[in-house]
Design a protein around this ligand. Structure first.
Ligand code: SF4
Length: 326
């Protein structure tokens, strides 16, 4: 462990001042403290924001949500409004981590969490995300759990969050606070693909603080759900996952929101699948046809070719679960 300073702040202005000076925000600590113990992260200053008033979930009149950045995963999953309006969010959270971690980890921290690539966490391995220019041990190493979509020569690591897949599907907005006030960042733009700079993972400016995640109101009735496929049934990251939300009216799919996890360097929105669904009647044939597009553009690695077919089957199954079928 490297030496660091610790400051606990009580208002957002204090937090921003400390953040602008280079302090790292600490909330639940379930990712950052682990990484500090492993010396993967070596911040010089920690800014404890856990006392800030960002712990509320608001349901808008039209049925949207604003989830405060410091609401825990467990509180969000259990919230009546979240369960009623967006079961896909509750399900994604309940299938994440362990009960103890869900009681500590926050929504803001969850979307900021870093990859579970084992080479990233092994400080003796080459890793461009940890040290740019050192190489990528996963490319030639054991890459069964790595990404098949959105990869670059520099990095092939997946984003580990489940709820971020639901946020991507629902086209959420991340609300961030900086010196000039609040701004909303569309979820699709918030998490960055690795490109040639894999250490830059979010579209945050220096010192900016996440204050909330907003889910837009979607037409009702809306059916939604999350499916996670993994090597064991609990406390495991996704090999593949699918977040699906469908508005079906008059027997026709009017709105379709679909994203996949465990396969992309960021949660992977599936617009080609959505286009196949909109304006059509639910049927088993439609689910299969739409899911065929789920792996468009995939570039599998040596050990993870199975993910291409698994992803299609995951999406097809979750479309059937949410949309029904004949
Ligand atoms: Fe590092 Fe990314 Fe390669 Fe993993 S996949 S070793 S995180 S550069």
């Amino acid at each position: 462990m490297h030496p660091f300073t610790y400051t606990r702040v009580s208002d957002t202005r204090e937090a921003l001042t400390a953040g602008r000076r280079g302090g790292r925000y600490l909330a639940g600590g379930t990712t950052l403290v682990d990484l500090m113990r492993e010396t993967v992260e070596r911040p010089e200053a920690l800014v404890d924001i856990s006392g800030l008033p960002l712990r509320e979930i608001l349901v808008t009149r039209r049925g949207g949500l604003r989830i405060g950045a410091l609401v825990t995963m467990a509180e969000t999953a259990a919230h009546r409004g979240v369960r009623a309006l967006y079961p896909v969010i509750s399900q994604a959270l309940e299938l994440s981590a362990s009960a103890q971690l869900r009681n500590m980890a926050t929504i803001g921290g969850n979307i900021m969490q870093r990859t579970r690539c084992t080479y990233f966490r092994d400080v003796t391995a080459a890793c461009n995300k940890r040290q740019l220019g050192s190489g990528c041990a996963a490319r030639e190493g054991f890459n069964r759990t790595h990404a098949i979509l959105g990869t670059s020569d520099a990095c092939v690591a997946t984003h580990p969050s489940d709820v971020a897949v639901a946020f991507a599907a629902l086209e959420a907005t991340v609300v961030v606070l900086g010196p000039d006030g609040e701004r909303g960042v569309p979820f699709a733009d918030f998490l960055l693909r690795p490109g040639s700079t894999p250490s830059r993972e979010q579209a945050l400016r220096r010192g900016e603080l996440i204050t909330a995640v907003e889910i837009p109101a979607l037409p009702r009735p809306l059916r939604s759900g999350y499916l996670k496929v993994r090597d064991r049934q609990s406390y495991e990251f996704a090999l593949t996952s699918a977040a699906v939300a469908l508005h079906i009216s008059g027997g026709v799919i009017r709105h379709a929101k679909v994203a996949a996890g465990g396969v992309g360097t960021v949660p992977w929105k599936l617009p080609a699948v959505e286009r196949q669904l909109i304006g059509r009647r639910p049927s088993d044939a439609l689910w299969a046809k739409a899911a065929e597009r789920a792996a468009d553009g995939a570039r599998p690695l040596h050990h993870n070719r199975f993910k291409v077919e698994l992803l299609k089957r995951t999406v097809e199954r979750q479309l059937r679960v949410v949309g029904g079928g004949k």
